[in-house]
Design a protein around this ligand. Sequence first.
Ligand code: IPM
Ligand code: SF4
Length: 461
Amino acid sequence: MKQSIFDKLWERHVITGKVGDPQLLYVDLHLIHEVTSPQAFSGLRSANRKVRRTDLTYGTMDHNTPTVDIFNIQDLVSKNQIETLAKNAKEFGVTVAENGSEKQGIVHMVGPERGLSQPGKVIVCGDSHTATHGAFGAIAFGIGTSEVEHVFATQTIWQRKPKTMKIEFTGKAQAGVYAKDYILALIAKYGVDAGSGYAVEFTGEAIAALEMEERMTIANMSIEFGAKIGLMNPDEKTFAYVKGREFAPEDFDEAVADWKTLVSDEEASYDKVLTLDVSNLAPMVSWGTNPEMSIEVTQTLPEIQDFNDERAYQYMDLKPGQKPEEIKLGYVFIGSCTNARLSDLQLAASLVEGKKVAEHITAIVVPGSRPVKREAEKLGLDKIFLEAGFEWREPGCSMCLGMNPDQVPEGVHCASTSNRNFEGRQGKGARTHLCSPAMAAVAAIEGKFIDVRKVIKEVAV
Ligand SMILES: CC(C)[C@H](C(=O)O)[C@@H](O)C(=O)O
Ligand code: SF4
């Protein structure tokens, strides 16, 4: 039978159980961070159990870490979570990239960077954006804290096989339109629940044309589309990305030969198929309080359809018919596991070089990991940002969520490269507008949203 990549990987990992019932899957990689691991470690401790495969478990500190004065954590809950992970890591023998260490970063940056995220794997993490790793051709999904404990103890997880959906991105995007725009456009078109109950395969010529870092941006936001699992067929770009990294397979050629078989067969069947043509897509901006409430920058804010819209308009202090350029921005955040990789920072830097951040804007750049920070500094990107008037921070989740000191003040509108825009996400009363790094960078300079296609000089990849 012709199979999709998802079917192939699922089949390979089932230990017991039949389709329709929960099935026990083998887990190849378990990523952890300080927020969702403490109770799981406590559970192990009280049951007098060990972490079964410390060699397949990797941790980092990201959500609570400050991005300035990083060892001075004021918030007691944050401090406790950070210290607890450090303690647990030692006690249970798990490798954790601690706050301030060279390999530390947002958990969804660390896996790919170290070469841990690979085609063919089942990857889990107590974090909803785990589908990011699906960009490598892996089944990757977020799990709850009790499941974290189960994976610690057994290196397996019970899951019911989801339905499959194929999403084909067709066409060639214009210069100034990026992966972030594709995924926001998809969510705006089909809704935040459209992927619910499905493992989503992103495919098509527009995906093939993307580099790995942009593919990760799309897989990252599978959950905002409602899908726990989003994945892509691995190709030469995937193999080249993994090659030479710390945890790349020792016999790389042998691994690649296997990975090449783990792609969707041409006539594989799916429970649902959607397509989205990116050729005429404009840069996207979210106006409301979920990612579905997004429009092309050339459009005006939509009419009120229901109570959710009404409430969103109230919270955002916006009105139907307004243009994105009329949104009074106060903050710009370039960061998060969606868009804080090196290529994101390079793109943003290229758009602000030699220019100045508008007077009324506070703009911060937060590299997603310390390796990205170092690389960016080698390229002089820090200087470009600093000269333009951006702040250049230490890595972490930062302003993506209000769990550390980086917060958008109440009532202030923030152009943000992150993935979530619900009420209070970036701080109490904060008003988030999701967009690409290019849109955010240019918004910082202009002091408002403009169509980045007007300033972009590069040819779209
Ligand atoms: C704190 C963590 C559990 C959470 C998640 O699961 O996604 C966070 O990363 C987020 O993005 O909201
Ligand atoms: S950067 Fe944001 S979305 Fe990503 S793991 Fe951190 S809090 Fe979650």
